[in-house]
Design a protein around this ligand. Structure first.
Ligand code: ADP
Ligand code: MG
Length: 714
């Protein structure tokens, strides 16, 4: 087995990152210490030490074969961007020399005009700068012979507005930290200097053979199949989940993991998913900003390795209609840096009260801002998944499990008094540590589930960067923690004893947030009814969800916490609406092209053959004594084909008109609504007829690879 020759992962883990080991080797002691301090406190790197860090980093990169460096950042397009510069410069006398200054490290100057700004900058001031995020290690990206030093950065306009998704995430982590420290202080914990949030993203994806992919304009243009009849086998058997991973895929996974380990990304689990050709990779959780970078790298590395192995990687949330879609479960927790997880029950009643306070803060934040949370994961692809009875619904509810439900109910009913230890024990608080040991009471249908010592936000789409949902989670958490802290403090100030103040506050909040707790089946009608009765937002598509970002109450939260100014929020809203409209426009045009250049010609050709054979039969009928019944059956068959082709032609004309109309709509929300309410339903109508025809036409005449080929051939 080739694995036998492999080196232990720990011997090369992070070898391509400028990690502690590399820093120790390349940086003077004082500089190393200062940099470590910067990283620990989440501050910016001071210019004084930047030069020394840049020098060390350059030496390390050159030793590893790098010729270029780039500031690697997350623009609002939902991927990553980079602009490569060579280390090479010419000295004043023309001698070639590799140079990389402190200024170049902490600040780069990309031409920002080609990145979306959501209308924030006019073209003449389309400049921005990138600045190193020292908490995320620099790394070397290898592509063939090319080695580039990548510096994870933030991207900011000259007026100070965030042009990327990383900056707001970092700001939200600052907000979480100060609010959590304040709340901990009130609870009597005052030795914590920095609180952070952690994320672990379970990434689902499909692999299909590149030869099929290359023949599907829809996969190439939109990442999903716009046509394709369900194969007879479909997913009914569900024999794929955790089944054996085919060899070729296994090799792909091993190569991906090796590259990820070199990049210091702790890939942990791999397995088959529910659908055929669907798989999952999950790393060990890390600080949210690093996890966000790493998830983007995971996607990037997988894309490249897939290409090498003759696969196409499908990150779309719903590449195949009728087959399970792909998500990205975002495991999220909050904790003191290098210390306790605040969502983990401890083994004393006091630490469990602290745990309950943070748990209730999550309930409070998610309840109050569920619309914003829903908006954070709205996208073309995810619209096909959310609410499709296989993925979390568009309604955001929280699942806590039986034990916690009981605990919260007991507190709410007023049976508990934190002052008496016996009652605390009776309440079951002493048993809480059991929660994360074996948390079997899971609800796989919940969009936001507590799983022992973390929450799992399951509604995130497979192709989405996790920076945005984590930024929203952090911000709503900061706000909720502040509100809890203020409420407790107000009671204490009015003379209430501390434990009682905490208990009373918790009780009030448990009652107030009850509507967001849902323990039932989230795929059921019951949830839809419950959502309506409880007044929970049920935002079924992207434009509906994005409207949550128009509400002044929601906007002011981001502004108050210094995460997104009003203008920054607007620019994100614009960018995302624009991507939604453009994306659907591309899908509709791709479908149009496929109808006109594949489906209609293929069906017509077959129809011609069939008509020829029918005419021949009619001619021969009397000579060979053919019965009328036989002739009629053959005629019916031909007519069914012809009728369907006629419907398809009509629908193609309708689709043309719909696309034209879409292009004429000026207002972005109107256009987005039109996409959701008219364009997509028209595309569905087209598809129904085209898929029916696929099952009637001679296979050798049907040029598009079928679902059977793409999903059941290895
Ligand atoms: P599953 O949900 O499939 O059973 P696990 O619960 O083992 O899988 O873990 C899923 C993901 O959650 C992994 O990426 C893991 O590292 C991450 N995770 C575990 N603990 C935490 C935590 N405290 N905070 C954030 N993520 C976590
Ligand atoms: Mg999970």
């Amino acid at each position: 087995m080739e694995n036998g020759n492999r080196k232990a992962v720990s011997s090369y883990f992070g070898a391509l990152t400028f990690d502690q080991k590399a820093m120790l080797k390349k940086l003077p002691k004082e500089v190393y210490k200062a940099l470590q301090n910067t990283i620990k406190t989440g501050k910016k790197l001071s210019p004084e030490i930047a030069a020394a860090v840049a020098h060390g980093m350059k030496e390390w990169a050159l030793e590893n074969g790098a010729t270029h460096y780039t500031h690697w950042f997350q623009p609002m397009t939902g991927s990553t961007a980079e602009k490569h510069d060579a280390f090479l410069t010419l000295d004043s006398d023309g001698t070639p020399i590799e140079r990389f200054s402190g200024g170049q490290l902490i600040q780069g100057e990309p031409d920002a005009s080609s990145f979306p700004s959501g209308g924030m900058r006019t073209t003449f001031e389309a400049r921005g700068y990138t600045a190193w995020d020292p908490t995320s290690p620099a790394f070397l990206m290898k592509g063939g012979k090319d080695v580039t030093l990548c510096i994870p950065t933030v991207f900011i306009s000259y007026h100070g507005e965030a042009l990327d998704e990383k900056t707001p995430l970092l700001r939200s982590m600052d907000a979480v930290s100060s609010s959590a420290i304040k709340l901990l202080g009130i609870l009597g914990v005052d030795n914590v200097s920095r609180v952070t949030t952690y994320a672990g993203a379970e990434q689902e994806y499909f692999l299909v053979d590149k030869k099929f992919y290359a023949m599907r304009p829809d996969l190439i243009m939109s990442g999903r199949t716009l046509l394709g009849a369900m194969p007879p086998k479909g997913q009914q058997l569900e024999d794929h989940y955790f089944g054996s991973i085919p060899n070729r895929v296994l090799e792909f996974m091993q190569d991906v993991e090796e590259e990820l380990y070199l990049l210091g990304i702790p890939a942990k689990t791999r397995h088959n998913e529910v659908a055929p050709h669907q798989f999952e990779i999950a790393p060990i959780f890390e600080r949210a900003n690093i996890a966000a970078d790493h998830n983007l790298l995971v996607m990037e590395v997988m894309r490249r390795v897939a290409e090498k192995k003759g696969f196409a990687l499908l990150m779309h949330e719903k590449p195949f209609a009728g087959i399970n879609g792909s998500g990205k479960h975002n495991n999220w927790s909050i904790g003191a840096v290098g210390g306790m997880n605040l969502l983990e029950p401890g083994d004393t009643p006091e630490s469990n009260i602290q745990f309950l306070v943070f748990l209730v803060a999550v309930l409070k934040g998610v309840f109050k801002r569920s619309g914003v949370l829903r908006a954070s994961i709205a996208s073309i692809g995810n619209d096909h998944r959310l609410g499709a009875n296989e993925a979390p619904p568009a309604v955001v509810t929280v699942f806590l499990g039986d034990l916690l439900e009981k605990v919260l109910d007991a507190i709410e009913s007023g049976k508990v008094d934190f002052a008496t230890e016996k009652q605390v024990l009776n309440l079951g608080l002493a048993q809480l540590p059991e929660l994360n040991k074996d948390y079997t009471d899971r609800n796989r249908t919940s969009p936001f589930a507590f799983t022992g010592n973390k929450f799992e936000f399951r509604a995130v789409g497979s192709s989405q960067p996790i920076s945005v949902p984590n930024m929203v989670l952090n911000t709503l958490m900061a706000e909720a923690m502040d509100e809890l802290a203020d409420a407790i403090q107000a009671k204490i100030d009015s003379g209430v004893e501390k434990d009682t103040a905490i208990l009373e506050t918790l009780r009030a909040e448990i009652t107030a947030t009850k509507p967001v707790r849902y323990q039932g089946d989230n795929y059921s009608e019951d949830l839809q009814d419950a959502a309506a009765k409880r007044g929970l937002p049920n935002l079924r598509n992207t434009p509906q969800a994005m409207r949550a970002l128009l509400e002044p109450e929601n906007r002011s939260m981001f502004d108050r916490y210094g995460v997104l100014s009003d203008q920054e929020l607007t620019s994100r809203l614009n960018t995302r609406l624009e991507r939604y409209i453009k994306g659907i426009d591309i899908e509709a045009r791709t479908l149009q092209l496929m109808l006109k250049t594949f489906v209609i010609p293929d069906v017509s050709e077959y129809q011609g053959e069939l008509a020829g054979s029918y005419n021949g039969l009619v001619e021969a009928a009397s000579r060979i004594g053919l019965s009328d019944k036989t002739l009629k059956s053959q005629g019916d068959h031909l007519r069914e084909l012809a009728d369907n082709l006629a419907s398809l032609l009509d629908l193609t004309t309708e689709l043309d008109a719909v696309i034209e109309k879409l292009d004429a709509i000026e207002d972005e929300f109107d256009a987005a609504d039109y996409c959701a309410e008219v364009v997509l339903p028209t595309m569905d109508k087209v598809r129904e007829v085209a898929d029916h025809l696929e099952l009637m036409v001679d296979r050798s005449k049907w040029e598009l690879p079928t679902y059977s080929e793409m999903l059941f051939e290895h």
